[in-house]
Structures are given as structure tokens and as C-alpha cells.
Write a protein that binds this ligand. Structure first.
Ligand SMILES: [Zn+2]
Length: 431
């Protein structure tokens, strides 16, 4: 297949009159287009960009959207998250995942991590999320959560031995799955015991995967980790021996200078979720300092009820704006950097060969309408994509070489039927 847009962001530069060749889900070449060929997918008036990589989400939370929008974190957790997540059966979990994936694709994201914790002591619920991703056609990293804090609902919890065994089984079941990778995700320093965190890390070591863990999201977490374990979160994880290149720390809002340096020195990565941090009033992660320390960074939306949008493009914009406001400096974080975090940076921290339009990468990309008012006037197109572009400009999306959005509509599922299912599952839900 040959896709011929007006412009393509390939190998780090905009190229006109180039064709993207796709074979077996990968980009075989990006070359000057030459004469029209039979079967060309011609994208007149459109530019092709790498798809967004969402490095942190809890997909079922899309069904909880709007229920507790103006609560603080504890109010949200105890009145919305815990009770309403109990209402979802396997089918509801799948509907929630499908809703999140649909919204992400329509907003130009082609990969999503689901940090998934409604296990019910098994892998069947996780498999329902994986089914939803396959049906909708998004690339998935199922970050299977390992949770054993007694204060959380029972269906989240497992023993470290059971969680590790199920983790290995799920990884084995999807070892050759081109669209889904499975990675361990001990919940956090407060949601997982030291034994559980170690168990997650050991599976990641044995299976050669990344692992995900929430770190220092709210200020209370650092105080709690210090009181319970005698060290702040990053120091504590280092003491456990898990702070290293495999680790993706989610949020990392409340780190001191030494912890930032330690993350960089150990080669750990960050999944940064600016909108969610703002929505919950968590604080502002010190992104430029983390970059200077050598920490690799990807972006995440977090769950649909703590953002409340599902758009990596939006997170790129927020990443830059939030640092300007924190540092009182309009040059704090340029658009190119934010765009890279939302694409190749996210792919890099997850260990996926996506996030760039270049030979050999996975064929995950997005067409945007150059005629959209939000992209006018045209001076620096990449800056406009990050700061100005409306989600409406996203017209077509390919994942693994398959066109899953065409003319702003999902082509893999009936969008109206899916929204009807969402209304059915959430019918009668009130706080
Ligand atoms: Zn999270």
C-alpha cells in the first residue's frame, strides 16, 4: 500500500510529494512519490503525522466521567472510583475500554497503555480489554496492575504470588501478539507492598519488559511512604532495587532534587499526565529538570474521569503551557519537545517501534486536514499542531497499516451502537 499525502512528517522533517509505503503493518519506505500509481491512497490537502502514544490510562474510568468532577482526590477516590468501579462486570469493562479507545483514535492517538486493575483474581477481565482494543484497532499495552493494599476494593487485590503467576500467564498468552504487549504494573508505593513491587520487577526482569508504577502523584504519598518505609518514594524504590531502565514512573510530581538526579542516574522513565495532575490538583511535575537529569519522558491522559479528555495532542499542549506558568518563562518547553514526548518519546519508554514515520517503524499514523481553520495561517506547522490544532482536524488514522478512522468516523465498530452501550451501562448512575 502507498499513502500519498500533501505533506508527511518523516525522519524529523516535513516532506512534500512523498509516499509512505506500508507492508505487513510496518513502514517499508518513505520516498518521493513520482507519478500516481494504481491503488494509491491519495490524501489531498492533508498532512501525515505519527500517531500519539498514550503512556498512561485506566480505560474503564471513561465510564465514570462526569460523576465527581469537582471533588478533591480523596473525595473522588472514595465516592466515585471505588464504589462505581465495583458496578462494572466484564462486559462493562469492555465497553469502557472501547469508549476510551474510540475517543483516543478520533483524537489521533494510535497506542494506549491501560494500567488495568479490575482483576477479580484472574486474567479474564484484562482479556476483555485486549479484545476491545483488537476490535477497535488501537495498539495496546496492557499494564496489568498488581495491587495488595487492604484499603482498596477486593476485586483489585491479589497476593504477590498469584499476581506474579497471572502476570506471567498473560505475558505468555500475548508474546506473539502484534497489537498488544503485556507489562507488569505494581500499583504504587502505597497500593502495593514491598513484596508486590519486587514481584512486578522480577517478572519484568525475567520477561524482559518494562514495568509501570504510580510515583508521588499527590503530596500525601511522599509523607506516607516516608512514614511507612522510612524513605521518600524514589529513594524507597531505589532501596527496593527496582529503580532502573525498566521502570516507568507515572506522575512523579513530588520529587526533590536528589530524587530527580537519582531517576536520571538509574535510567528510569516518566509517564507524565499534565491534565490529570491539574484536574486533581496534584501539582506540577518538574519536567525541564527531569529532562536535564536524563529522564526519558512520554505523555499520558490518565483515566477519562480525571482529565477529562482522551487526547495526547491535548497533553502535548498542556505539557508546554504548564511549565511556562510554573517557571514564568515562555521558552520553558518548546512545541517540538512536547510533540516528541507524545510520540517517539512515549514509544521509547514503552519499548515499542512506533511514534515516528520512518522506514522499519510500525505503520501507526494520523492524517490532519490542512484546510482546518485551526491550522491557519501556516507558518510553523508542527508548532501549530501542538498549540493550535483542533481535534476536528484529525480525519484519518492508521494503526498497524489498517485504516481505523476514515473521514472522522471509526470504521471498525458502529460508533452509534457503542455510545448506546455506554448509556446502557451507566444508566441510573448518580453520585
Ligand atoms: Zn493512574
Amino acid at each position: 500500500m502507498r499513502i500519498v499525502p500533501d505533506l508527511v512528517l518523516a525522519d524529523g522533517a516535513w516532506r512534500a510529494d512523498h509516499a509512505v509505503y506500508v507492508t505487513d503493518g510496518r513502514i517499508a519506505a518513505v520516498d518521493p512519490a513520482g507519478a500516481t500509481q494504481p491503488g494509491d491512497v491519495r490524501l489531498s490537502g492533508k498532512a501525515l503525522l505519527p500517531g500519539g502514544v498514550n503512556t498512561h490510562n485506566h480505560t474503564f474510568q471513561s465510564l465514570l466521567r462526569g460523576l465527581g468532577d469537582d471533588l478533591d482526590f480523596m473525595g473522588w477516590r472514595d465516592r466515585v472510583l471505588y464504589p462505581f468501579s465495583q458496578r462494572l462486570d466484564r462486559d462493562g469493562i469492555k465497553v469502557g475500554a472501547a469508549l476510551a479507545f474510540a475517543e483516543l483514535l478520533l483524537h489521533g492517538a494510535t497506542t494506549c497503555v491501560d494500567f488495568f486493575y479490575l482483576q477479580d483474581e484472574g486474567n479474564e477481565n484484562a482479556e476483555a480489554v485486549i479484545d476491545a482494543a483488537r476490535e477497535i484497532g488501537i495498539r495496546l499495552v496492557l499494564a496489568r496492575t498488581m495491587y495488595d493494599w487492604e484499603g482498596a476494593p477486593k476485586r483489585y487485590r491479589e497476593t504477590p504470588a498469584d499476581a506474579a503467576r497471572r502476570m506471567r500467564e498473560l505475558i505468555a498468552a500475548h508474546r506473539h501478539d502484534e497489537m498488544c504487549s503485556v507489562q507488569p504494573a505494581p500499583h504504587s508505593a502505597h497500593g502495593a507492598s514491598p513484596a508486590m513491587i519486587r514481584a512486578g520487577w522480577e517478572v519484568a526482569e525475567a520477561e524482559n519488559t518494562r514495568f509501570h508504577i504510580h510515583v508521588a502523584e499527590g503530596r500525601y504519598e511522599g509523607e506516607r511512604t516516608l512514614a511507612e518505609h522510612g524513605a521518600t518514594p524514589i529513594r524507597y524504590l531505589d532501596r527496593l532495587g527496582v529503580l532502573g531502565p525498566r521502570m516507568i514512573g507515572v506522575h512523579c510530581v513530588w520529587l526533590d532534587d536528589e530524587e530527580i538526579a537519582l531517576m536520571g542516574a538509574r535510567g528510569a522513565a516518566l509517564s507524565y499526565c499534565p491534565s490529570s495532575n491539574m484536574f486533581l490538583g496534584d501539582g506540577i511535575t518538574r519536567v525541564p529538570e527531569l529532562l536535564r537529569a536524563g529522564v526519558r519522558i512520554g505523555l499520558g491522559t490518565d483515566g477519562g474521569c480525571t482529565n477529562n479528555r482522551q487526547s495526547v495532542l491535548e497533553e502535548m499542549r498542556m505539557t508546554s503551557l504548564l511549565q511556562r506558568v510554573r517557571l514564568l518563562d515562555g521558552t520553558a518547553l518548546p512545541a517540538e519537545r512536547a510533540f516528541a514526548m507524545g510520540t517517539s518519546g512515549g514509544a521509547g519508554i514503552l519499548g515499542l517501534e512506533t511514534g515516528e514515520i520512518t522506514r522499519g517503524r510500525l505503520a501507526d499514523f494520523v492524517a490532519v486536514d490542512l484546510e482546518d481553520p485551526s491550522l491557519h495561517p501556516r507558518h510553523d506547522l508542527l508548532k501549530s499542531v501542538v498549540y493550535a490544532m483542533s481535534a476536528r482536524a484529525v480525519t484519518d488514522v492508521w494503526v498497524h497499516g489498517r485504516r481505523v478512522v476514515a473521514d472522522r468516523r471509526l470504521v471498525t465498530v458502529d460508533q452509534a451502537a457503542l455510545m448506546a452501550r455506554v448509556r446502557e451501562v451507566t444508566k441510573g448512575w448518580v453520585l
